[in-house]
Design a binder for this molecule. Structure first.
Ligand SMILES: [Zn+2]
Ligand SMILES: [Zn+2]
Length: 227
């Protein structure tokens, strides 16, 4: 059976996500190391000065303490972890949850340079040259082909990547568990209620003209979901 990734599940929790957003609102979008402006909020990383472990993550004086968290850019963050010789073992994470739950944000925050990411949306973008929300049906066969190839690479640990992140809805428990077992992946649930997803949809500029379509994606996920 697949294991649950305690640390990544913490980073997916709404307590951490709200905590991080609160820090950004308070401190602004300058990297606290190099003082550069970080243009997109998704790229602002909350770095724990005391490295989080499965043992200390539940201690909120460590994991949710403003004095122990720095907001940094990804360059500084990569440097920080290199400097301390931090080398995580090769882990595979299956990040799942409803549309607009924040799966991409989670991965962007937790990944390191040299990790591999497998995400249908990104593959679609790469192949079609179109924005992420526009996915011509005709390209599906080619995109899923690439996806399968990368999944295979991960299963066989082919290549010199650090960690692997497989992102998707994976609402159906049976399929999700089977894929996770197959890949030797740890499960990371990006939790969000249907209302939270619909709220994000309502305020998403890029999806402004695709609201109906996305309400369907969201509803479908919640219909299929088995925890
Ligand atoms: Zn920086
Ligand atoms: Zn860090």
């Amino acid at each position: 059976m697949a294991k649950f990734a305690v640390l990544q599940t913490f980073y997916a929790s709404s307590s951490w996500r709200n905590f991080r957003l609160g820090l950004i609102a308070e401190r602004g979008n300058r990297c606290e190391r190099c003082a550069h402006i970080i243009a997109k909020p998704i790229d602002i990383i909350g770095h724990h000065k005391i490295e989080l472990t499965p043992e200390n993550v539940q201690d909120h004086t460590i994991s949710l303490n403003p004095e122990r968290v720095e907001l940094v850019c990804s360059d500084c963050h990569n440097q920080e972890h290199r400097r301390f010789g931090y080398q995580s073992k090769k882990s595979v994470y299956l990040v799942y949850g409803p549309p607009l739950a924040g799966k991409k944000t989670l991965v962007r925050q937790q990944m390191r340079r040299g990790d591999i990411i497998v995400d249908m949306d990104r593959l679609y973008e790469a192949v079609s040259g179109l924005p992420a929300y526009d996915k011509p049906d005709g390209l599906f066969g080619n995109v899923i082909g690439l996806h399968s190839l990368l999944i295979d690479n991960i299963r066989t640990r082919l290549g010199k990547w650090g960690n692997a992140w497989v992102i998707g809805g994976y609402a159906e428990r049976f399929k999700r568990d089977r894929l996770a077992d197959d890949l030797g992946a740890e499960l990371v649930f990006c939790e969000a209620s249907r209302d939270e997803c619909l709220n994000r949809l309502a305020t998403d500029e890029q999806l402004r003209h695709r609201q109906d379509e996305w309400v369907k994606y969201i509803d479908k996920w919640f219909e299929q979901y088995r925890g």
